[in-house]
Design a protein around this ligand. Structure first.
Ligand code: TRP
Length: 344
């Protein structure tokens, strides 16, 4: 198949607080990829409205995700940061993909089933077509690599299927338009390992989630040092000291979670953490944990606070990013129209 230059694309929904799970599961990787790739990071507001949103909260969330990206170390000048709705080509290509994807493919999407709940008849058409919009997000930039969590793997596979079907269905026209044997790359997921699955601080068997009613279940990226320290001190543990080997974490979900978070924040393995803390009581481990979490996350919270006070700056970042993203997207969308046989 034709060769496509490497380009990273990923999206984060602006729905509620970003927390440690989003940070370790996605944003850390986004930051790292900037060193080796051209990156486009998108706040996917069009995806957000597949479920009901309150306009004022949506606006605040779009700015908050942007602030978190910047505070965590994403450089919006060297790369592109923008919100999806400012680049109309996402929605335009999504329509084309609605006509490429098959109903049978979408019927297999497990996330739709979860999000639609019992009353599927009452789910929005947008929620059903969500994966086609996600494919358009990636492919309107002909991106090759997509850092996502495990839960998005199926959507990424659907994006590949859509790219492949488009390439096949229109192969003659693609060649005639001068694009060789394929117009879209087949985007590859970059999935974070299970080591970075961050669980609730109140229940080690549940994922850390923005929708958990207890704020003590999660560390929000906007939390200040004192709040982080309090949440760590209150985090659920068990009565045993820490084991010396990772095998000893089996059936100890809270211990496993805290050790995993510590390892991820400190850039080491769980075994490495246990080498230092095996045999220690939780009280000693937690005080080291507070120091580490405050050192790594405190500055992000402070920077977010500073940025949240300056919405004009954030809006400028998004507008500038959207202008540059649009430049790429318009060019690719024009090529798609030629391939499809539209007059322009
Ligand atoms: N569906 C993704 C999520 O909920 C967000 C998303 C939208 C995305 N478009 C994308 C992720 C494109 C990667 C690439 O996490």
């Amino acid at each position: 198949m034709a060769h496509f230059p490497a380009r990273v694309f990923s999206g984060v929904q602006p729905t509620g607080n970003l927390h440690l799970g989003n940070y370790l599961g996605a944003i850390v990787k986004f930051v790292e990829l900037q060193r080796t790739h051209e990156c486009i990071y998108c706040v996917v507001d069009l995806h957000a409205i597949t479920l009901p949103q309150k306009p004022a909260e949506l606006k605040a969330s779009i700015r908050e995700v942007t602030a978190a990206f910047i505070a965590a170390g994403i450089d919006p000048r060297a790369h592109i940061v923008f919100n999806q709705s400012q680049v109309a080509e996402h929605a335009e290509l999504a329509w084309v993909f609605n006509c490429v994807a098959r109903i049978g493919w979408l019927n297999r999407m497990t996330q739709f089933k979860e999000k639609a709940g019992k009353d599927k008849e009452n789910a929005s058409v947008g929620l059903y077509a969500y994966p086609c919009l996600m494919a358009a997000d990636i492919l309107v930039y002909r991106a090759t690599h997509v850092p996502v969590g495990e839960d998005q793997k199926q959507h990424l596979e659907l994006s590949r299927d859509i790219a492949q079907k488009f390439n096949l269905d229109f192969s003659e026209s693609i060649a005639a338009c001068g694009h060789g044997d394929a117009f879209f790359p087949l985007p590859e997921p970059l999935i974070q390992g299970p080591a970075t699955r961050v669980m609730s601080l109140r229940d080690g068997s549940k994922k850390m989630s923005k929708s958990d009613p207890s704020d003590y279940s999660r560390i929000n990226l906007s939390d200040d040092a004192e709040t982080i320290a309090q949440k760590v001190r209150k985090a659920k543990t068990d009565p045993e000291p820490l084991p010396s080997e990772v095998e000893g974490l089996a059936r100890r979900p809270e211990a496993e979670n805290l050790v995993g978070i510590f390892a991820a924040l400190n850039g080491e393995t769980k075994q490495g953490v246990l080498k230092s803390f095996g045999g220690a009581q939780f009280s000693a481990f937690k005080s080291a944990f507070v120091d580490l979490a405050v050192a790594k996350l405190g500055p992000i919270g402070n920077e977010m606070k500073r940025l949240n006070a300056d919405p004009a700056y954030i809006d400028n970042v998004l507008r500038d990013g959207a202008d540059r993203a649009r430049g790429i997207a318009q060019k690719n969308m024009a090529a798609v129209k030629d391939i499809l046989g539209f007059v322009r």
